[in-house]
Design a protein around this ligand. Structure first.
Ligand code: HEC
Length: 318
């Protein structure tokens, strides 16, 4: 890479993958309609929303780095232009989280904000990004789905000016490409420090299906072998989203092996053993659903449910 190219690569790297400032890690609990489960699932939904947001950034970054080094800056703009939308859709398809970037001054009309993001944007107005804070909220959609919503501000930094700054002085070849692609471009004329817009994500809150009973103020005691097996489940489920069916099969096989070990090594009895059976009575069928999944989307939805079940397990068992 030449010095000039690598400088531009750095610029564009920063440009197309803005790091959202981190909102406070708390969110109002939401009661999942028709569920009696504890609100811990909010934390899972929140983590998924935030992961989807950074996945969008990281994926754009990877594609851009590759394009910059092989094809140069205008091509990188094309990547921003073409791939941003399809990457957004891909993140949504693979994680069942909706994500996007938006602004009061849109370049691409397809980035129009959903109403709750639009409300946030209008609440901020056109202003410097300094002291603008992100927001985390919960809501119940018209179809009864409870969701966690995260929005974070995107400030204009020096590299953004290449494509969002004043029209004067821009690389002519870039201006030409932008005008051709976005005749209705409202996203120029920004100065450093301006609030450019927002990155946002919406994740459904998942009901774990477990109906565990608390052990007074204490957690249910577990034997060594069970703790070990649950640790394995947690680790296996913590990986990135599944991308194909062989990965799904491998995950199911690993979970199966851990559960078999757990059942064989179990030395427990009494009330905590009964509670463990409560857990297994729901976890096993969910694992069967993972094995029966025929699409990556279905597999990931089921995987998320398994994650939620293990997190809820942690709340009740030591
Ligand atoms: C190489 C040119 C380029 C640079 C540099 C660039 N952008 Fe963009 N930006 C685009 C293009 C093209 C679009 C429209 C396509 C898309 O990404 O959806 C866009 C869209 C956006 C959007 C979505 C809203 C809309 O107007 O469509 C946001 C938000 C955004 N850019 C923020 C930034 C920020 C913040 C920076 C700097 C950190 C930056 N951009 C740097 C080219 C660029």
């Amino acid at each position: 890479m030449s010095a000039r190219t690598s400088f531009l690569a750095l610029l564009l790297l920063a440009a197309c993958s803005p790091t959202p400032s981190t909102p406070a890690p708390t969110v109002e609990p939401v009661v999942v309609p028709g569920s009696s489960g504890p609100p811990v699932v909010d934390a899972v939904a929140l983590a998924r929303a935030r992961t989807a947001m950074s996945t969008l950034g990281t994926t754009l970054k990877g594609t851009l780095v590759a394009t910059m080094s092989t094809e140069g800056p205008t091509a990188a703009m094309e990547v921003c232009s073409q791939d941003a939308m399809s990457l957004t859709a891909t993140v949504a398809a693979n994680t069942s989280v909706t994500v996007g970037r938006s602004s009061l001054r849109l370049r691409n009309p397809d980035n129009a904000a959903p109403s709750w993001v639009q409300e946030w944007l209008e609440g901020q107005g056109e202003r410097p990004a300094e002291n603008v804070e992100g927001q985390q909220t919960t809501a119940v959609l018209a179809d009864g789905t409870a969701v966690v919503r995260v929005v974070a501000p995107l400030p204009i930094e020096a590299p953004c000016l290449v494509c969002h700054g004043p029209n004067e002085g821009r690389l002519p070849e870039l201006t030409e490409a932008l005008t051709a692609k976005y005749p209705e471009d409202h996203a120029t004329g920004y100065v450093i420090g301006d609030l450019r817009g927002a990155i946002w994500a919406e994740a459904p809150v998942v009901d774990s299906g477990l109906e565990l009973v608390a052990n007074g103020d204490a957690k249910w005691p577990m034997d060594e072998s069970t703790r070990e097996a649950i640790g394995e489940l947690r680790t296996a489920l913590a990986g990135p989203a599944l991308t194909d069916m062989p990965a799904t099969a491998a995950l199911a096989e690993g979970l199966d092996a851990s559960l078999t070990k757990m059942v064989q090594g179990c030395t427990m009895d009494g009330a905590s053993h009964d509670q463990l059976h409560h857990f297994l009575g729901v976890f096993f069928p969910t694992l069967d659903a993972l094995k029966a999944a025929t699409t990556v989307q279905a597999a990931n939805d089921t995987r998320i449910l398994l994650q939620v079940q293990v997190i809820e397990y942690d709340m009740f068992f030591e």
